[in-house]
Design a protein around this ligand. Structure first.
Ligand code: NDP
Length: 469
C-alpha cells in the first residue's frame, strides 16, 4: 500500500538490510529498521557529549524557540507521522490514538518550551548569600516502550533538551520506525548531534544504561526491565527516572450515575486498546449499582469499532505484538475458567489475521483472580463487586504497583476523601489517565520513581548546584 509515509520511510530506512517491521493489523511489511551496534551507540554517545556544552551555552530563549520550531515541524508532518505510527504500532488513526498521539507530541513540546526553572535565592542576610542553580546533567539516555512510542519519546526528549542536555534515544524494537521518523522530523530544526537515535534491541538499552558518559536514564517500560536498568546504572551512579508498569484501580462510589460515567470509564480502560501504562485495569463497583454499571459499559463497548488502523471508522486496534496477545488471552482464559462471567468479547476469532483481541468485559470475578492482580495491558477489563468502600480501598491498595487510580462519584468532596486514601502517583476523579503537561506524573511503589512534566520534570534532568558565599 502506498501511503503518505513513504517519503519519511525513505529517509530513515537503511539502503540495504535492516530488520523488517510488520503491521500488527494486517501482517504487511511496513519498512526496515536500521540496527545500531554497541559501537554505533558508543559513537552516538561521544557525539552527543561533544555537542552538549554548545547546546547548554545557548540561551533559554533560544532553546525555547527551537522546541517551538520542533513542534511546528511535527505539525507540518502530522499526517505522515500518524499514518506511520498507525501502521507500525497498530493504533487507529482516529479516537484517542495515532492522530491524538502526534498532536500530544507537539502539545508537550510547546508546553515544555514554556516551563522555566529559574535560580532561587536561598539565603540573603548578614550570614551570607546562597543561590540554587539548575545545571544540565550532560547526556541523557532515553529508553522507551512500544505502546505510545512517539509521545513517550517526546516526554523524555523535550525536558532534557529544554534544560541543556543532549539526548541519545533507544526506541523499542517493536516500534523503531515511529521514533526514527519523529526524530528525523525534530532534527530538521535541531542542531546536529543534540538528539541521536540508536535503534536496536535490549542489549543496546543495556549498554546505554551502563555507559560511563551517560549521565541519566529516562526509562518507560516494564517493571522487570526497570529493575535491570537500575542494577546496570548503579556502577556509574546514574540519575534515573523510572516510569514502569501499572495496574490502576478505579473505584465507583454508590452515588455515581452509571450511564453518565460509562463512556469515560470505557476510554479510561480501553485507550490505545488497553495498551497504556496508566489505563484503568481493574474496576471496583458497589453491589447497589453493579448491574447498571456493567450494562452501561457493555452498551458503550459494543459500539466501538475495532479493526485496521488506517480504516477511518476504527477507534480500537490490534495488540501491538503476538506476545502481548498471548498475555491477554491467558488472563481472560484464567478468568473464564475460574467461573467469572464474560459480558462481552473473550472469544478471539483465530481465523482473523492480525493480533486482534475483542473488547472484553469480565464480571463476577474474584478480587484475587490473575486478570485482576496482573497487568493485562490489553482490551480486557475485570469488574469486581464490593460491599464496603473500605474493602474497595484495601483491594485497590493491595498490589505492588501504584501508577494511577481513579474515583467515580457525583459527590466531588467524598470522591476526594476516598482519593486521599489511595496509594498512587495520580488519582483522577471522574476520569482516568488524563495526563497533562502541567501536572507532574510518576509512580508509587514498583511503578517507579521520578517525575515527568512541568517544572518538577525539568528538575529531574538538571543538577542542582548551590553557590554559597
Ligand atoms: P520492556 O520493558 O521489555 O521494553 C521497554 C524498553 O526497554 C524497550 O526499548 C526494550 O528494548 C528495552 N530493554 C529491554 N531490555 C533492556 C535492558 N536489559 N536494558 C535496557 N533496556 C532494555 O517492555 P516490553 O516492550 O517488552 O513490554 C513488556 C511489558 O511491559 C508489557 O507487557 C507491559 O506489561 C509493560 N509495558 C509497560 C509500559 C509502560 O508504559 N509502563 C510500556 C510498554 C510495556 P527492546 O524491546 O527493543 O528489546
Amino acid at each position: 500500500m502506498t501511503t503518505r509515509t513513504d517519503d519519511l520511510l525513505g529517509r530513515i530506512q537503511p539502503t540495504e538490510g535492516g530488520r523488517e517491521i510488520f503491521d500488527p493489523a494486517t501482517g504487511e511489511l511496513v519498512g526496515r529498521a536500521p540496527q545500531a551496534s554497541v559501537e554505533d551507540l558508543n559513537d552516538a554517545v561521544a557525539r552527543a557529549k561533544t555537542a552538549q556544552p554548545g547546546w547548554a551555552a545557548r540561551s533559554n530563549d533560544q532553546r525555547r524557540s527551537l522546541l517551538h520550531a520542533a513542534a511546528d515541524a511535527v505539525e507540518a508532518h502530522a499526517e505522515e507521522l500518524a499514518q506511520l505510527l498507525s501502521r507500525e504500532q497498530g493504533k487507529p488513526l482516529n479516537g484517542p490514538n495515532a492522530r491524538f498521539e502526534v498532536g500530544a507530541c507537539s502539545a508537550w513540546l510547546r508546553a515544555t518550551a514554556e516551563f522555566s526553572l529559574e535560580p532561587e535565592v536561598l539565603v540573603d542576610d548578614t550570614s551570607g548569600r546562597a543561590t540554587l542553580h539548575w545545571r544540565p546533567l550532560g547526556v541523557v539516555g532515553a529508553i522507551g516502550p512500544w505502546n505510545w512510542p512517539m509521545m513517550i519519546s517526546v516526554w523524555q526528549i523535550a525536558p532534557s533538551l529544554r534544560q541543556g542536555n543532549t539526548v541519545v534515544i533507544k526506541p523499542s524494537g517493536y516500534t523503531p520506525l515511529s521514533v526514527l521518523a519523529l526524530v528525523e522530523v525534530l532534527n530538521t530544526v535541531l542542531p546536529e548531534n543534540v538528539l541521536i537515535p540508536v535503534p536496536g534491541r535490549g542489549h543496546v538499552g543495556e549498554a546505554l544504561s551502563r555507559h560511563p558518559d551517560i549521565d541519566k536514564i529516562m526509562f518507560t517500560g516494564s517493571t522487570a526491565t526497570g529493575k535491570s536498568i537500575i542494577k546496570a546504572a548503579a556502577d556509574t551512579v546514574k540519575r534515573l527516572t523510572m516510569e514502569l508498569g501499572g495496574n490502576d484501580a478505579g473505584i465507583v462510589l454508590a452515588d455515581a450515575d452509571p450511564k453518565a460515567i460509562a463512556e469515560d470509564l470505557f476510554w479510561g480502560a480501553f485507550i490505545n486498546t488497553g495498551q497504556t501504562c496508566a489505563a484503568l485495569k481493574r474496576l471496583y463497583v458497589p453491589e447497589s449499582i453493579y448491574d447498571q454499571v456493567c450494562s452501561a459499559l457493555v452498551e458503550v463497548a459494543e459500539k466501538m469499532p475495532m479493526g485496521p488502523g488506517l480504516d477511518e471508522a476504527n477507534v480500537l486496534g490490534p495488540l501491538q505484538n503476538e506476545a502481548q496477545w498471548q498475555i491477554v488471552d491467558r488472563l481472560v482464559t484464567a478468568a473464564r475458567d475460574s467461573g467469572a462471567r464474560i459480558l462481552t468479547g473473550g472469544d478471539p476469532d483465530h481465523s482473523r489475521s492480525g493480533h486482534f483481541y475483542p473488547t472484553t468485559l469480565v464480571a463476577d470475578i474474584d478480587p484475587q483472580n490473575p486478570l485482576v492482580v496482573e497487568e493485562q495491558f490489553g482490551p480486557a477489563l475485570p469488574i469486581v463487586k464490593y460491599s464496603t468502600v473500605d474493602q474497595a480501598i484495601e483491594w485497590a491498595n493491595s498490589l505492588n504497583e501504584g501508577l494511577g487510580s481513579s474515583v467515580w462519584s457525583s459527590d466531588l468532596d467524598r470522591a476526594e476523601e476516598v482519593a486521599s486514601q489511595l496509594v498512587a502517583g495520580t488519582t483522577w476523579i471522574n476520569k482516568h489517565g488524563a495526563v497533562d503537561p502541567r501536572m507532574p506524573f510518576g509512580g508509587a511503589r514498583e511503578s517507579g520513581f521520578g517525575l515527568e512534566f512541568g517544572v518538577e520534570g525539568l528538575k529531574e534532568v538538571s543538577q542542582p548546584h548551590i553557590i554559597s558565599r
